[in-house]
Design a protein around this ligand. Structure first.
Ligand code: URA
Ligand code: SF4
Length: 259
């Protein structure tokens, strides 16, 4: 897809009144970055500075995010950054389920347009889109692979500003990104295996194709790529695999939220 498609999307976001947050926003914050970025970061919602400037992660959390990019050998200019909600919730309260639902299509379109190799979720609200029924303290920094894309849940950078002990944890998690991106690049150029493919296997053993029909709002199978493939007995206890049909049949109507 094209830059023009992204611009049209941004214009729709700026004019959006699909949830009540339009009434209190100063500026909508659609997101920004090259539409051919390999890595997409998804935060929660604009804060006061983002609302003023119409750009994501320009406040204190954004400053720390820049440090995290540096730790991962990335630059802000080279990655795509957006949020689950495009408008600021009053007083920075948590996003509400109805707001997340109303705003979902914009994020899904962004994922389609950018088609990143790696999606990094920042905080529990963007994590919940791909990893429902999970807790960030349990799965942070652990990449999952589905349909040729890697998903990495990270703590929100603002969490480190509130809780100093998390600072090094997040830095360590981000430091894993270069190797993961390398793996994702290699997986991309390999020949596609026949469908249906095994999901969440280590990419070295079973490369997956990247396809335009990749779903974006389905649970990711519960096995980090660092782990050995599960035994059959374990596999039967796994949640529903991350399958294209799951997304086609409909998205979860409610996203469960976690601490
Ligand atoms: N926190 C977020 O989640 N997103 C922003 O854009 C800024 C702060
Ligand atoms: Fe529209 Fe999303 Fe803003 Fe709500 S938060 S008004 S759905 S752009």
């Amino acid at each position: 897809m094209s830059t023009a498609a992204a611009e049209r999307l941004y214009e729709r976001v700026r004019a959006c009144d699909l949830c009540p947050l339009w009434k209190t926003r100063t500026n909508a914050v659609p997101g920004e970055g090259p539409i051919d970025a390999e890595v997409m970061f998804i935060g929660e919602a604009p804060g006061v500075n983002e609302d003023r400037q119409g750009r994501p992660f320009v406040g204190a959390a954004g400053q720390f995010l820049d440090e995290l990019f540096a730790a991962a050998g990335l630059s802000r200019q080279g990655v795509y950054i957006c949020n689950v909600l495009k408008c600021r919730p009053p007083a920075n309260r948590d996003p509400m389920p109805g707001e997340i639902d109303a705003c979902r299509d914009y994020l899904d379109e962004q994922i389609d347009i950018v088609d990143p190799l790696v999606i990094v979720t920042l905080g529990r609200f963007s994590m919940a889109k791909f990893f429902p029924n999970q807790t960030i303290s349990r799965i942070h920094g652990q990449a999952r692979e589905a349909a040729g894309r890697f998903y990495v849940p990270m703590y929100h950078p603002a969490a480190a500003l509130h809780q100093g002990s998390l600072r090094q944890v997040i830095l360590n998690d981000f430091a894993k990104l270069p190797a993961l991106l390398e793996r994702a690049r290699k997986a991309e150029v390999r020949p596609a295996p026949p469908l249906p493919m095994a999901l969440s296997e280590p990419p070295d053993s079973q490369p997956s194709p990247r396809s335009d029909s990749r779903p974006t709002d389905s649970p990711i199978a519960d096995a980090p790529i660092e782990a050995a493939p599960p035994s059959h007995a374990e596999a039967t206890e796994q949640p529903e695999p991350f399958a294209p049909e799951t997304a086609a049949a409909g998205r979860p109507t409610q996203i469960r939220l976690f601490d």
